[in-house]
Design a protein around this ligand. Sequence first.
Ligand SMILES: [Zn+2]
Length: 261
Amino acid sequence: MTPPADEAAPKSRITARARSTPHREPPAPPRVLSIHAHPDDQEFTVAGTLAKWAQAGSSIVTVCITSGNAGSNESTPSDMTREKLAPIREEEQRQACRVLGISEVVFLGYEDGVLEPSIALRRDLTRLIRRHRPDAVVCGDPTVRFYGTTYLNHPDHRAAASVALDAVFPSAETRLIFPELLDEGLPPHHVKTVYIHGSTRPDTFVDISAFLDVKLAALREHKSQMGTWDPAEMIRSWAAEQGKRRKLAAAETFRRMILGR
Ligand SMILES: [Zn+2]
């Protein structure tokens, strides 16, 4: 999980201009690839936005680079093994996606906890971008090392986000990078927009007031990680904090990159 960066952002960044800017948000992209390191990352960070887009007709594919089989310290029973945990968490992610209206989940099977920003991973993500041809890719912010004073951003999150961005550009749109993908029948694809969550410089605010409950329902599908903890209070407070700058009751925020040719 990743706390929203603006929770930790200095208050001085919330300028008078930002506070008075009327709320506008971009339309739902027709095709979306949502790329994350672990099952539940998507639900903690961007599930409200994805539910909103799915309801508006977006076709969304979720990519889980690992199957989260290192679990979490608090909720993982001591007799649990990596082999047993992987299919449990995969099924929880599928259920969460069903709740959100997401049509497909892809698991790449990398090991949880030791993810590296490798060329092999970049090739795998490039393959998925070329296969699904999304208008928008959703991923984390690889540049954020610290969230406030209480959370060190997980190395898997940083690696996943970094490689996702490298796959978007230049790999997906450059014909002679990974020429073996051409042999697989996968021509280059230009991703128009990248939605980066967890950024300390968000510029795009998605009103998720009507989708908070579905976000929570999706998050609760990750039963092996939630244990007896109810995430509602934390998620509501994050959403309220992120919405403040646009006077929204609940929001998810992004740094949005619109990529030129
Ligand atoms: Zn995670």
